[in-house]
Ligand binder design. Structure first.
Ligand SMILES: Cc1ncc(COP(=O)(O)O)c(C=O)c1O
Length: 409
């Protein structure tokens, strides 16, 4: 029997009793979402200020995306790639033209897309760059977050991601993020096939590198025949005020990794884009996924991206992001609680003036929730603030007022 309505207490107790304890959710039980709003089982309304880790860029349950989902769900949901389907090619063409690549490979989760990128870079390294078998090295950055699989965490520097999960996959070299000298040094190794970066480190606490870093990294990669693998899973699809965060510096990654907002938060859809020289190193039987490239995902993805374009969400994120940082920045002088405000577009963070292991950021998020705004700490004392990109200026000011109430108590 499926329970239809639970009290908040019942829902929390059920998850606690029967679910794995791999998350620490805020004690809010959600049952409905519409645009920038989320509703809990008690009927309370909140502003969504996490956007499901930047997956819900067009707002919750966008009617056009839900329509595309339900239309396609009535026709055909899953074929596997054992056969062609009448939507996948259209979606591949759509994403290739949108992002300017020759080929696309659809998967489901962000972690799978990163795994795909790793396999592409390695195989390209062996077949095109001439690296000796099993010697390929991928360079990743300290404090990265690319997902949770055992290969991906092999490149992680976060003990919460790694401790107790070894042994780890070899073939990764870690350098400081935002440090070009370290990059120059490491790519001198001819076995390096790829540089794997987030254009802004999201989970690390919305760490924005200095202007010019990405462009210089691209130049260094070109010089050393190293693929630039850009993980835009959190930053992509208009979040930072451009379709891609790489666009701010006119950078074109060799391998572009997308997820999250590719479906507007409606389905797990991820995608890797590259040109033929890279993508065609993988042949039939060498990589895939039962659900990857299914027609339901294809239909949803095209509509979700079209909504982002039609509703000019990148422009909205760019304009409102500036207003948001100004408003939150003004609180630095008003409250000893706020140390720093940083970000790009509508991907921002406030750094709390307390020790990283303190409860202050968590308690502030609880207070935000009581004032009708849902946000969550990323790491320690940093709170990520990332509303759906359909938020209006008036709504944004209202959210700032609400958060101010919590900050200035
Ligand atoms: C930059 C980045 N890469 C990869 C991932 C992993 O995506 P998923 O949770 O869909 O596997 C995330 C998730 O937060 C992310 O922010």
């Amino acid at each position: 029997m499926v329970e239809s309505v639970l009290s908040a207490q019942e829902a929390i107790e059920l998850e606690d009793k029967y679910g794995a304890h791999n998350y620490h959710p805020l004690p809010v039980v959600l049952c409905r979402g519409e645009g920038v709003f989320l509703y809990d089982v008690g009927g309370n309304r909140y502003y969504a200020f996490l956007s499901t880790y930047s997956a819900v860029n067009p707002g919750h349950c966008h009617p056009r995306i839900i329509q595309a989902l339900t239309n396609q769900a009535k026709e055909l949901t899953l074929t596997s790639r054992a056969f062609y389907n009448d939507k996948l090619g259209l979606a591949e063409k759509y994403v290739c033209e949108t992002f300017g690549y020759q080929k696309a490979l659809f998967m489901n989760s962000g972690a799978e897309a990163n795994e795909t990128a790793i396999k592409l870079a390695r195989k390209w390294g062996y077949t095109k760059k001439g690296i000796a078998e099993n010697q390929a090295v991928i360079v990743a950055a300290k404090h990265n977050f690319h997902g949770r699989t055992t290969t991906i965490i092999s490149a992680s520097t976060d003990p919460a991601s790694t401790v107790g999960f070894g042994p780890f996959m070899p073939g990764f070299e870690i350098i400081e993020y935002d440090n070009l000298q370290a990059l120059e040094k490491v790519v001198a190794n001819p076995n390096v096939c790829g540089l794997w970066l987030e254009p802004i480190q999201g989970e690390a606490g919305i760490f924005v590198p200095h202007e010019g870093y990405l462009k210089s990294a691209e130049r260094i990669c070109r010089k050393h025949n190293v693929l630039l693998m850009m993980d835009e899973i959190q930053t992509g699809i208009a979040r930072t005020g451009r379709m891609l965060a790489s666009d701010h510096e006119d950078v074109r990654p060799d391998i572009l990794i997308l997820g999250k907002a590719l479906s507007g938060g409606v389905l797990p859809i991820s995608c890797v884009l590259a040109d033929d020289e890279i993508m065609l190193v993988i042949g039939p039987g060498q990589h895939g996924s039962t659900f990857g490239g299914n027609p339901l995902a294809a239909a949803v993805c095209m509509e979700a991206l079209q909504v982002v374009k039609d509703e000019k969400l990148a422009e909205n994120a760019e304009r409102l992001g500036k207003i948001f940082r100004e408003r939150m920045g003004a609180m630095i002088n008003k409250s000893p609680l706020i140390r720093l405000v940083r970000g790009k577009g509508l991907l921002n963070a406030i750094v709390i003036n307390d020790a990283p292991e303190s409860e202050t950021a968590w308690n502030l998020c609880l207070s935000f929730a009581r004032n009708g705004v849902l946000a969550k700490p990323t790491h320690g004392n940093i709170i990520r603030l990332a509303p759906p990109l359909v938020i209006t200026e008036e709504q944004l000011h209202e959210c700032c007022d609400r958060m101010e109430k919590s900050i200035l108590v």
